[in-house]
Structures are given as C-alpha cells and as structure tokens.
Write a protein that binds this ligand. Structure first.
Ligand code: PLP
Length: 424
C-alpha cells in the first residue's frame, strides 16, 4: 500500500489515522506520508521517496536514524530479553550518566514518556511542598498532562481554562498561565500567590510553538522568586535536555532547577522519559516517601541500552558546536533567501534546534508566535516536501539537526528552502 491507501485504512481504525495528532499534517494541509525505513538523515517513505529529515522523530535522533552504535546496543540487550520487571544493571548505568551530565540530577526516576515525567514531577512538587497551585507559561508544552493542558484565562493572573475537553475546570483553575519572558507579570504573580504555589514549570528553551530563547536573566528571575517563596522550579528539558548542551539548558544558562523532566533523546529512539532533581525532594517518592509513582516498563532494558549508547556518544563526541554550525547554515540560507524575496522571517536557533517563523517581528512569547503567517508556512512546507526536504509539519513546531546531516544534505536543503521562499 502507498501512503494514501495506508492513511485511508488507518483512519477507519485509529482516530484521525494517527497515534499523535501533529502527524496528521492538519497544520499544513495535505496527507501525511508513511515511513517504511529511516537511515541517517533520511526517511524512506512507503511511496519509495527519500526525504532529508529535519524532524528527527521529534528530537530523539540526535545522531540520525538507525545509528549503528545504538542499534548494536539494542540488539545486544535484546539477546538478554525485552523486559524483566525487576531492577537491571542498565538502569544504574543510565542513572549514573544522567547524574553526571544534568547539573540538578542528584537522583533520577525513569518513566516511559515525557508526559509521565512532567506529570510525576508536578505531583512530587505538590507532595513535597504541600501546596496545590502551579504555574506554567503560555506556549510551553509539557505533554498531555491534565494540569498542564491549560490555557491562559482572559487577562494576566486569572485562573487557567482547560485547553482540551475532558479536563475538569477545578483542576485547570489550580494552574496559572503566565507569559514567557515577561519579568513583571511573574513578579506580580509571586507577590499574590507565590506562597501558595508548589512549583513553576517551564521549558527553559520553549520549543513547542517554534523556538523561543529566554531573554537574558529571565530564568534567573524565576529561580530567585521560587527560592524566595519556597516554590520548586521545574525545567521541562524533554527537548532541550541533550539538544542544546550535554547538560541541557540548565548548564547552558547556568540556572539550577529543583527538578527536571527528560525524555526523547535519553531513549535513543525508544519510548522513555525521566525526572530528576535534588535528593531531598526525590526522597519523597515511593517507596521512600508518600508520593506515589510507578511504571511496569519503566527502566526497560532495551530503552536503557539505546539511551545509554546515545548519552555515551554525547560524552565522547560533544557534538554541539558542530550541530550549531550546521543549524546556522540552514538559518543563514533561509534568512538570505527571505531578504532577497522581501519575505519577513524570524529564524531563531540554539545548537541542534532551529525554527522558521514567517513573522514581521522577533518572537519573544506565545502571542508573538501566533502572529506568524501560518498559510505561508504551509506553502513553504509543501514545496520543500515535494522537493525532498521534510521540515516540521506545523508552523509551530521546530526543526531538529542531527550529526548525520551531511554537507551535501545541507546544501541541497538550503537550495530547496531558498527556492520555496522565492516562490512565496
Ligand atoms: C515531547 C515533549 C513532552 C512529552 O513527551 P512524550 O514522550 O511525548 O510524552 C513533554 N515536554 C516537552 C517539552 C516535549 O517536547
């Protein structure tokens, strides 16, 4: 079956034909392609097309698809069985690596997804502080956790509204949604509610409405307010964790959170998540403490083997300068083409991440991001895809660079992107 037929069949059995909504291409129109195989920087579709991939399975493929070392690690783990339901050695290896790489990680608990990691970190923050109220930022995505799928109420500092059907209003009302990079609004919130708040959770480098780097001092401002009011600072580094530096955004920005959620890359392409943080807080988790959290497949030996291989490669090769250089090649060619054609763009980048906003102005927060021209992005996306380059299938998703993108991949992709921009 080709992609079109597969999608038709899937839609009969799977809501929308996909197991995660953004895969349906609703943000850019058209139908999704199905992938048969992936290798290095390439996806090979069920239609026999070969695409240069800048989605990298939404982050995990830092070393490209089907990396030989990760595959060998999984194959070797597979020989010993797929799941034990008891502790295994690979969990220790993973915990040691995270402990040595992520500055705040005195202790670690593995989960099966990033969603579980943020959900559990929030529960732990509430259990530890004995407070119910939490703070998030508009535009930050933390998985599909009830308390975190909340949008801002009308006006700053009001209570949150559910952002999805099925979330009790009473729960959403415990979540306040503030504007990223807005120093004053955060101060004002803490003056009113700081002492009732369990935690502030954020992506230190928001990367789920396009990329929005923090303004200088913003993360430290949050750190100071949390410390002053006894609230925990939680960094959701599910994307930024091993994508902007080996120690995540917390190392790059030198701001230490109390807890941190991880995912994506630490599974090396297998399903995984983790949360980590200060020992004194992590000791409140079951079986040591009263905060319950569990997982039948948590610390799964195959996922640990893949993740350990990926983290070791990071330590051995420190690929971030090289990734940053490659991202800049894409960013510069997109900027140049846009300038020539008089198309307004904002193309932020951080190490292995970049994103393309068709926007008149710099994007500093969610409201700015929403002013982007999404139909222009959709046209850009479709032209690039038909020329063999797969950028994120939504104006509000970011692009990911891998170590396996070659110079010729990049020059081809830059040429395709530039040509598409000239036709917008
Ligand atoms: C992807 C993502 C999650 C959710 O992780 P899943 O493994 O999809 O549950 C949480 N936070 C951030 C920042 C993410 O990008």
């Amino acid at each position: 079956m080709d992609s079109h037929e597969l999608f038709k069949e899937c839609q009969k059995l799977i809501p929308g034909g996909v197991n995660s909504p953004v895969r349906a291409f609703r943000g850019v129109g058209g139908e999704p392609f199905f992938t048969r195989r992936a290798e290095g920087s390439r996806l090979i579709t069920c239609d026999g097309r070969e695409l240069i991939d800048f989605v990298c399975t939404w982050g995990p493929a830092l070393f490209g698809h089907d990396n030989p070392r990760i595959r060998a690690a999984v194959a070797s783990a597979l020989n010993a069985g797929t799941s034990f339901g008891t502790p295994c050695e690979a969990e220790l290896e993973m915990a040691r690596l995270i402990n040595s790489m992520i500055p705040c990680a005195e202790m670690v608990r593995m989960t099966n997804s990033g969603t579980e990691a943020t959900m559990s970190a929030i529960r732990l923050a509430r259990g530890y502080t004995g407070r119910d109220r939490i703070v998030k930022f508009s535009g930050c995505y933390h998985g599909h956790v009830d308390s975190l799928l909340v949008k801002a109420g009308s006006g700053a500092l009001t209570f949150g509204n559910p952002d999805s059907a099925g979330i009790p209003r009473a729960l959403a009302e415990l979540t306040s949604v503030l504007e990223f990079n807005n120093f004053d609004e955060v101060s004002e919130y803490f003056d009113k509610y700081g002492d009732q708040s369990a935690c502030v959770i954020l992506e230190p480098y928001p990367a789920n409405v396009g990329l929005i780097p923090p303004l200088p001092g913003f993360l430290q401002h949050l750190r100071n307010l949390c410390t002053k009011h006894g609230a925990l600072l939680i960094f959701d580094e599910v994307i930024s964790g091993f994508r902007v530096a080996a120690g995540g955004a917390q190392a790059r920005e030198r701001v230490l959170p109390d807890l941190c959620a991880l995912g994506k890359i630490i599974g090396g392409g297998l399903p995984v998540g983790a949360f980590c943080g200060r020992r004194e807080i992590m000791r409140h988790l079951a079986p040591l403490g009263p905060v319950y959290q569990a997982g039948t497949l948590s610390g799964n030996p195959l996922a640990m083997a893949a993740g350990v291989a990926a983290l070791k490669m990071i330590l051995e090769t420190n690929p971030y300068a090289e990734l940053e250089r490659k991202s800049k090649i894409m960013v510069e060619s997109i900027n140049d083409a846009a300038k020539k054609s008089g198309v307004p763009v904002w193309v932020p980048t951080a190490a292995s991440l970049f994103s393309i906003f068709f926007n008149e102005n710099p994007v500093r927060n969610y409201a700015d991001a929403l002013k982007s021209d999404t139909s222009r992005y959709a046209k850009f996306f479709s032209m690039c895809l038909s020329d063999g380059v797969y950028f994120a299938p939504s104006a509000f998703e970011i692009c990911f660079m891998s170590t396996s993108h070659t110079e010729s991949d990049l020059s081809k992709a830059a040429e395709v992107a530039s040509r598409a921009i000239s036709k917008l």
